[in-house]
Design a protein around this ligand. Structure first.
Ligand code: SPV
Ligand code: MG
Length: 527
């Protein structure tokens, strides 16, 4: 109001319209009585109580940073109600209130304005004084709205009232007019000069160029109800189309995507806050299954499908993996597929393609996987050809460690069967003491002297949400060097250890089976 240039307020009537007005660049918001009552579906006759208006204003104030000028009608009562109103508005960070010199309950100025009685001048001045005395923030402002023209009076009455309100302490005058031309407000401004800033609401004289108001020295223009009216026409069109066409297709391109709704609500801020404040467990755990390779060792069985889709006891191997993951509460499951990828088609999976599965190693699959998952959830990585009891995954999922692996203490059996296995050396062998100790991984290798072996790594890695990006970058680094193109997950684990990362070891015993041969497939039916 005090600025030397003409400024503008845009109407808003709830939190989201206030955000929209602020984003459009308005320096302030008009809490329109007409729009606030209309969005409640009631008339602009104080049918909505003042506390209902106040509550909506609180949402608008919380959602924005620009000042809000409330259209406070007549102050919702006498001087005493006005005092309380000002106090409550200040508590909600509302910058200013406008009161009009009519009687409670008021009627909108554009509905039979000529028949509307005006307030007694002295009584209205008392209301302004009471409001000014009640404010505790010097910047809070009271705008006195002169309805003399609306009620059919002339310029003299309008100026007389405005002067009385100025002397009572008003910070600005809103001069209202229902004419289709700006004659009344221009005449008022000429007579009034610069005694106080003057605010106008050109709803009816909308065709007047803004330049006219600027050159006459008005302070503030209020676009009083246009977001409400825009919303009404959009809602009417959409509702009518939906009712007649009976499909969503007809309207989809004419409405904002839900993502835009989330943006206006500030959904991103909440996601960031969850990262800071929510315990990791509450964010849930996800799984990434590496299943791009064919599994040539199974011969004919994998001619038409990759190993992960070979049937065990009547269902694809992958279905068993999903079932075990689901049983631990993991439902967000991503699968990297490559060979005969179209056959990897189980429902409710985030499918990630590795089309270079033939010429690349498993690190490429891992990298594609890490890029295709949600980085905010802890991750369990496993292979697509392993059957396991759910407790193996559970023990990793529940661990607080940023990096963890499950190590099978029952490795002798693998060694006896002369299977290809990845053996692990850890900071401490499995024992009673290791149960409460913080055992970490030292090295993983297919070649290890039996005396150094503490167990077998089964292919499970837990990567905490906070480590996912770093692990992804390390894998990217590894893939850049030519001799590591076909590196495997154990190479990654060893590099992480070399880089000083603590990889927590969780010892388990048996209860898993990887499918490396036809014998395994047959055996797995009994698993
Ligand atoms: C409002 O927006 O509620 C106003 C302005 O008071 S008007 O409707 O033009 O009276
Ligand atoms: Mg109003």
């Amino acid at each position: 109001m005090d600025s030397t240039q003409l400024d503008f307020l845009c109407e808003a009537h709830n939190g989201i319209s206030a955000v929209i007005a602020e984003e459009a660049g308005f320096k302030g918001i008009w809490g329109s009585g007409l729009s606030l009552s209309a969005q409640f579906g009631v008339r602009d006759n104080n049918e909505a109580s003042w506390t209902q208006v106040l509550e909506m204003l609180e949402f608008m104030s919380d959602a924005t940073r620009v000042p809000i000028l409330l259209d406070g009608d007549t102050g919702y009562g006498n001087f005493n109600n006005m005092r309380r109103l000002v106090k409550k508005l200040e508590q909600r960070d509302i910058a200013a209130v406008c009161i009009e010199d009519k009687l409670f309950p008021k009627t909108n100025s554009f509905i039979g304005g000529q028949a509307q009685p005006l307030a007694d001048i002295d009584e209205f001045c008392g209301k302004i004084k009471a409001g000014k005395d009640a404010q505790s923030d010097d910047d809070f402002a009271i705008v006195a709205r002169v309805e003399a023209f609306i009620a059919g009076w002339g310029l003299a009455e309008a100026v007389k009232r405005a002067e009385a309100y100025r002397q009572a302490g008003a910070d600005a005058i809103l001069i209202h007019s229902a004419l289709g031309a700006p004659d009344e407000v221009l005449a008022f401004k000429q007579e009034w000069a610069d005694r106080l800033p003057v605010v106008i609401v050109p709803t009816k004289y909308y065709a007047t160029p803004t330049e006219v108001f600027r050159s006459h020295g008005f302070s503030l223009i209020i676009w009083a109800n246009h977001l409400l009216r825009a919303a009404i026409s959009a809602m009417q069109q959409t509702a009518q189309t939906l009712a007649s066409d009976q499909n969503l297709f007809s309207v989809e391109d004419r409405v904002v995507p839900v993502a835009e709704v989330f943006r206006l609500q500030g959904a991103v801020e909440l996601q960031e806050a969850e990262k800071r404040y929510l315990p990791l467990r509450r964010r849930g755990v996800q799984a990434l299954v590496l299943a791009a390779s064919r599994g040539t060792e199974l011969g004919e069985l994998t001619e038409q499908r990759p190993k992960t889709m070979v049937k065990i006891a009547g269902r694809p191997l992958l279905a068993h993996i999903i079932e075990a993951l689901n049983a631990t509460g993991i439902k967000n499951i991503s699968v990297v597929r490559g060979y005969k990828k179209e056959t990897v088609d189980l429902p409710n999976l985030n499918l990630i393609d590795n089309d270079e599965f033939d010429e690349s190693g498993e690190l490429v699959s891992l990298l594609k996987g890490l890029r295709g998952i949600q980085p905010e959830q802890d991750l369990i990585v496993c292979y697509g050809d392993v059957l396991f009891n759910k407790y193996i995954v559970q023990i990793l999922a529940e661990s607080e460690d940023a990096l963890a692996v499950a190590i099978d203490t029952n490795w002798i059996e693998s060694a006896n069967r002369h299977r290809q296995a990845d053996y692990a050396r850890c900071s401490m062998p499995h024992s009673r003491e290791s149960f409460s100790a913080r055992v970490t991984l030292k090295h993983v290798s297919a070649e290890m002297a039996p005396a150094s072996i503490h167990g077998e790594w089964m292919g499970f890695i837990k990567i905490g949400a906070d480590e996912i990006t770093a692990v992804g970058e390390l894998v990217e680094d590894m893939l850049r060097s030519a001799d590591r193109k076909r590196a495997k997950l154990p190479d990654l684990l060893n590099l992480l250890v070399e880089n000083g990362k603590q990889i927590r070891v969780r010892y388990t015993t048996g209860h898993w089976l990887d499918i490396d041969s036809l014998d395994d497939v047959i055996h797995a039916g009994n698993f």
